[in-house]
Ligand binder design. Structure first.
Ligand code: FAD
Length: 385
């Protein structure tokens, strides 16, 4: 089965499906050309394709749907999953919230990211942990009209190569909802240093690293929202991210299904083709079901955002979508690995299966265990993190 045969599973709005196909066709030669290039070259090539450009809010299909379709298209073309993840993370977790939720002042200084010459990162996690934002030690103290920032952010996607960062810091003590603030600033300010770079088993193409801040003087204009509104900014960026970031997996999921179905259809086993086994066929159907569920949910979230529903109102649905798609991605990958036998674990083989990439989705953008706690709390259970 070719990836094109998967069209039977793609029955969304015709204009959106056409966009996915157009983007895939445009991306195929580019993806082949950049396969062995470094991350920055790959990023610029995707920017040149227009993947980082946000459509106008009144575009048809809407801007979030368009961006999701483009990410799916480049994934279908075979773009590296780490690159797709990094693009989805910046577009949905930073560009859209900065443009559509955090006010014109937030977007203006970084609007150029759409051309690719400049990269953003979202710096929340610290070495001591990421799940509990109130454990953060990075501090910003008022000085005149501005702030002085001290601390460190660790395990940050793109930190080694980013030009600007959204950084969360404590501006008051304790666990009050107003103890945190968010800042947006360029990483060439005096006092900012790049710390350790981490080699990852998951999504290794996109670098991960640490940002160190020592007496960094930030102008008042670097503050996103008001002093003390860091938690609200975080609620916005994370709701956007959880709604659609897993769109990065739609292309890789389809390629995985196509590849596994081909293998099961052709391989001779026990004197017949492997796909003649009902158990094998059921695994393939389960993979298709996981893909179908994920696709429907992600495009439904994109449609809600395009309809102008504020991301923060979608927090619970965003969490459910993130949990559901990430866990379907993991289950689907397990099915593929099971059907591929030993070849799943041999890097030189076409059937080598990346389990670490899908597994990482259980952790980033909010660990699923903690998201479940949040959903149950919304349903009235007296449960805290
Ligand atoms: C690929 C990748 C990219 C990332 N990119 C970024 C980035 O760009 N910016 C950024 O700021 N961070 C980033 N992170 C870090 C990520 O946000 C954190 O890993 C995440 O917030 C969890 O923090 P932690 O790893 O310290 O886990 P911990 O806080 O130590 O939690 C580990 C696990 O313990 C369990 N657990 C802990 N507390 C509870 C509880 N109260 N209830 C139930 N279960 C609990 C959960 O299963 C949880 O997954 C990235 C992570 C990955 C894997």
């Amino acid at each position: 089965m070719s990836v094109a045969a998967l069209a039977a599973l793609r029955t969304g709005a015709p204009a959106t499906e056409r966009l996915v196909d157009t983007c895939r066709d445009l991306a195929v030669p580019v993806v082949e050309r950049i396969a062995d290039e470094d991350f920055s070259t790959q990023w610029q090539a995707m920017a040149d394709l227009g993947v980082l450009r946000l459509a106008a809010p009144d575009a048809e299909p809407g801007p979030v749907t368009r961006s999701l379709a483009m990410i799916e298209g480049i994934g279908l073309a075979g773009a590296d999953p780490g690159l797709c993840y990094a693009l989805a993370s910046q577009i949905f977790g930073m560009q859209f919230p900065l443009r559509d939720s955090l006010g014109a002042d937030a977007w203006r200084p970084v609007a150029d990211v759409q051309r690719g010459g400049m990269l953003l990162c979202h710096a929340l996690t610290e070495r001591g942990g990421g799940s509990d934002p109130f454990s953060m030690r990075t501090r910003a103290r008022r000085e005149g009209d501005g702030f002085v920032l001290d601390g460190a952010k660790t395990f940050i996607t793109a930190a080694p190569v980013a030009d600007w960062a959204i950084v969360f810091a404590r501006t008051a003590e304790g666990r009050s909802p107003f103890a945190l603030s968010a800042f947006l600033f360029p990483l060439d300010l005096p006092g900012v240093r790049r710390g350790e770079t981490f080699t990852k088993t998951a999504l290794p193409t996109v670098p991960m690293g640490e940002l160190l801040f020592e007496d960094v003087r930030l102008p008042g204009s670097a503050l996103l929202g008001e002093e003390g509104s860091g938690l609200a900014v975080m609620a916005s960026t994370t709701a956007w991210e959880r709604s659609v970031i897993l769109g990065y997996a739609l292309g890789p999921m389809q390629r995985l299904l196509a590849r596994t179905a081909d293998w099961a259809a052709d391989r001779e086993h026990f004197g017949r083709r492997m796909g003649a086994s009902h158990q094998v066929a059921a695994r393939i159907s389960d993979m298709a079901m996981a893909l179908h569920r994920s696709r429907v949910q992600l495009y439904a979230m994109a449609a809600r955002l395009d309809a102008g529903v504020p991301a923060r109102q979608l927090a619970t649905e965003a969490a459910l979508t993130k949990i559901s798609v990430s866990e379907d991605y993991v289950r689907m990958t397990e099915q593929a690995a099971a059907l591929s036998g030993v070849r799943a674990f041999l890097p030189g083989f076409d059937l080598v299966t990346d389990l670490a990439g899908p597994m990482a989705a259980l952790t980033y953008a909010g660990p699923n265990d903690l998201l479940r706690v949040g959903v149950a709390r919304q349903l009235g259970l007296p449960v805290e993190n």
